[in-house]
Write a protein that binds this ligand. Structure first.
Ligand SMILES: C[S@@+](CC[C@H](N)C(=O)[O-])C[C@H]1O[C@@H](n2cnc3c(N)ncnc32)[C@H](O)[C@@H]1O
Length: 502
């Protein structure tokens, strides 16, 4: 045990912590989703505290957010002492990459163990190890993201002194656990484009020199609000969107800033947009507003498994495209395994986003009819445009709620051999999953960015006769607690439970 840690013993450790309390803890274990575990001893046994984004061996300052009888959930405020397993890295630490000091192989080992445990506990797969196929690493452990959002604030958290500075001009990421304080990014974070982040300081100095103020989050006033950058790895180009309010707009020379970007980043800036957004609602999307293209193009083009995708500022696109290729290849292996050629079949790509999976599928089949469905109209518009760009006419895209779509098109019931599912983090609503099951597919390939909801949905699928045959984990987001999963389910009539058995 760390010599600085005071291990508290009390008759009833439940009484040791209160909601809102700040407490120093030693992290001794690790659970799914990047939850470090600390324990407080008592005569009645250990009281467990989960602290998000921590790692075994760290000594941390945490705040109790939720208190239950047997455990508490805490928010990390500060790492006081690093784990002996952590190493020095040349990056500036940001709250979005809490494991940047943990060697990638160790991150992966912990992700695999804790994620498989979730399938055991939430999906009741005691034999998960036999179903587990592979752990797929991200091809790039660093600088893998293709989109980053930076915030301005006139309240700065100084990373050297740990002090709050008012009347500042900060540009970077929010200080851990706050929504008003920004830590200026002075060198790359290790997640996004190195050149862009290493020169962000120059961007900040340029904008500060305009004399216009950075946003004041509590007062909801100021001029500079955010910078959002999109990257195409294939073109090695950046698309920049500066989001400001309209107050002071006439004093801002967007064209001059555009020239500054061109000079600073050479030919790498594909386009520069200026968005004026006066919406101060907490949940408003930062990019919404009045957008004008100052120079260049409002899209970049990314290549994925040989196909081209136009990406605008608003489009949904996999954040780690190089790793997404590995994810999609594994999904394709699961689709085509055995002699599942899909020829002459109807294939559903449900929750299709910008239609990436459906398009990849269509390049590997002869005469399958592929149907993509997503609720976001703009995503479907992007999907159709990209399919055209790639010369693909075998995929039909529909903008609709998956549940409603399946009700409105009952003719597909019983005609579908294979379904690909890629729902959002919340998983699939039980009612919608019931409708998917009613389609009667032989095989379902289910991609998930949240294994805990996938494990839950796997239980519903099992009761309907779908056996999870294979599972792979893909590390789409190194240095975070997140992990992506892809599973192959096969219908087995002998597994279907009767009403009485249920
Ligand atoms: C994880 S993303 C899918 C990404 C996509 N398959 C890809 O690889 O690019 C989940 C998608 O589900 C869509 N979605 C969420 N709820 C939905 C619903 N009820 N019906 C249809 N689509 C929905 C979202 O718009 C989002 O595009």
């Amino acid at each position: 045990m760390n010599p600085f840690t005071i291990r508290i013993f009390a008759p009833n450790s439940e009484t040791l912590v209160n909601r809102g309390q700040e407490i120093e803890l030693e992290i001794t274990g690790f659970a799914f989703g990047g939850n470090g575990i600390a324990k407080l001893g008592s005569e009645k046994g250990d009281y467990v505290l989960f602290v998000q984004n921590t790692f075994p061996g760290q000594r941390v300052l945490a705040k109790v957010n939720k208190k239950k009888k047997r455990y508490a959930e805490c928010k990390l405020l500060k790492v006081i002492e690093r784990s002996p397993q952590e190493t020095k890295v040349p990056y500036q630490e940001i709250s979005g990459a809490p494991y940047i000091h943990v060697p990638p192989a160790l991150q992966e080992e912990h992700k695999q163990t804790t994620t498989l445990d979730i399938y055991r506990r939430l999906g009741n797969f005691q034999d998960i190890q036999e179903r587990f196929d592979s752990f797929i690493s991200s091809p790039n452990h660093y600088n893998y993201r293709n989109k980053m959002e930076y915030s301005f604030s006139c309240i700065e958290h100084d990373i050297e002194t740990d002090e709050e500075i008012d009347d500042a001009f900060a540009l970077g990421f929010k200080h851990r656990g706050t929504w008003w304080k920004v830590e200026s990014l002075n060198k790359e974070s290790g997640l996004f484009d190195a050149e862009w982040e290493n020169k962000l300081k120059e961007v900040r100095e340029y904008l500060k020199a305009t004399g216009l103020p950075a946003w004041h989050p509590p007062r909801k006033e100021g001029f500079f609000r955010h910078i959002v950058v999109r990257k195409s790895f294939d073109q090695d180009q950046l698309l920049v969107n500066l989001v400001t309010s309209s107050v002071g707009q006439e004093q801002f020379d967007a064209e001059a800033f555009g020239e500054f970007l061109k000079t600073t980043f050479g030919g790498r800036i594909a386009g520069f947009q200026h968005t004026i957004n006066d919406n101060v609602a907490d949940r408003a999307k930062i990019e919404n507003g009045n957008c004008s293209l100052v120079f260049g193009s409002n899209i970049v083009v990314e290549k994925l498994l040989g196909l081209e995708f136009e990406i605008s500022m608003e489009s949904f696109f996999q954040t780690n495209p190089k790793s997404a290729e590995r994810l999609y290849n594994k999904a394709m292996d699961y689709v085509f395994e055995g002699d599942n050629t899909l020829n002459g079949e109807v294939v559903m790509d449900l929750f299709c986003g910008t239609g990436t999976i459906g398009q990849i599928l269509s390049t590997r089949t002869e005469d399958a009819e592929i149907i993509g469905v997503d609720i976001v109209e703009e995503a479907i518009t992007d999907a159709k445009r990209n399919a055209k760009r790639n010369g693909i006419d075998k995929v039909k895209f529909y903008a609709a709620d998956v549940g409603k779509f399946l009700l409105e098109y009952p003719e597909y019931q019983g005609k579908i051999g294979t379904i690909i599912l890629d729902p959002p983090r919340a998983g699939i609503a039980p009612k919608t999953l019931k409708k998917v099951i009613a389609l009667g597919a032989q095989r379902i390939v289910y991609i998930s960015c949240n294994p805990s909801t996938q494990a839950r949905d796997a239980e519903q699928l099992r009761q309907a006769g779908y056996d999870m045959r294979k599972l792979s984990l893909v590390d789409q987001f190194p240095h975070t607690g997140h992990i992506e999963a892809v599973a192959q389910f096969e219908f087995d009539a002998s597994m279907v439970k009767t009403e009485e058995e249920n």
